[in-house]
Ligand binder design. Structure first.
Ligand code: ADP
Length: 242
């Protein structure tokens, strides 16, 4: 995989990188901000060699993706481990953003906008027959101009191969039929038994109906991302008075 990356031009020149402050902690190493050839970047470091191999897999997926709502890969560096260089998302991850900004910033128009951003990114993945398998607000990053982009393609699989192993799936964000493990049995039983999260405070009923639609027990009844986008656009149109 290393050879492939260098041949295809994804191997970056480490001497052109200016490393800045630590901006986050990933599961396998720290994330730094930096500058590469004048562009603001984020650098994710992976120290362990074994995991580095797995991450080369993730980056190989990323080299094939280009969309305004997916965090863009600039390339990788190999130097005492693997460094993954992506565009810098100055406003950090979406969970943090939602928790730290007040309701005047995180108003319903902004929330709907984020939902549409994420949906468009996912629609693009869907069009490439890829399943993300770890979509959650912690894996969505916010750019300087407040555009939400999907990141973390570590569990992404091609549709036909996604059936079997589910050892690492995030239980509370995973469709019930995809959960086979015994872990967090209670959550699974409640969801299979029909329990659904209630509507958040101030959530417009039309949007809550959409959420319920995405959580349909029967997978075929859930909207594909392209259909969901149309529905979200209709809602966004209504709220802007158009
Ligand atoms: P892991 O998937 O290993 O947990 P992440 O990729 O989620 O690591 O990175 C951890 C944190 O670092 C994120 O939650 C975010 O706050 C920050 N981060 C990661 N990538 C970027 C980026 N491109 N721009 C800005 N911050 C980032």
């Amino acid at each position: 995989a290393e050879l492939e990356l260098s041949k295809s031009g994804w191997l970056l020149d480490i001497t052109k990188l200016k490393l800045g402050e630590n901006i986050g902690e990933g599961e396998f190493g720290a994330v730094y901000e930096g500058e590469y050839l004048g562009q603001q970047v984020a650098v994710k470091t992976i120290k362990c060699d074994v995991t580095a191999q797995a991450f080369l897999q993730e980056t190989t997926v990323m080299t094939k993706l280009q969309h305004k709502n997916l965090v863009r890969l600039l390339g990788v560096m190999l130097h005492k481990g693997l460094h993954i260089v992506t565009e810098l998302m100055t406003k950090g991850n979406l969970v943090n953003f939602l928790r730290t900004r007040g309701r005047s910033v995180v108003n319903s128009a902004q929330l709907l906008h984020f939902a549409l951003d994420v949906c468009e990114g996912m629609e693009y993945l869907e069009s490439k027959k890829l399943i993300h398998r770890d979509l959650a607000a912690r894996n969505v990053l916010v750019s300087d101009d407040s555009v939400a982009k999907v990141s973390d393609f570590g569990l992404t699989k091609v549709v036909s191969k996604a059936k079997s192993d589910n050892a690492k799936l995030p239980v509370k964000w995973t469709a019930p039929e995809a959960l086979k493990k015994e872990s967090l049995k209670e959550v699974k039983e409640m969801v299979v038994g029909g329990y659904r999260m209630e509507a958040p405070e101030d959530c417009p009923p039309a949007l809550y109906s959409l959420m319920r639609l995405c959580w349909e027990q029967e997978p075929r009844r859930r909207p594909a991302f392209n259909k969901l986008r149309e529905k979200l656009e209709r809602e966004a149109g209504k709220h802007s008075g158009g």
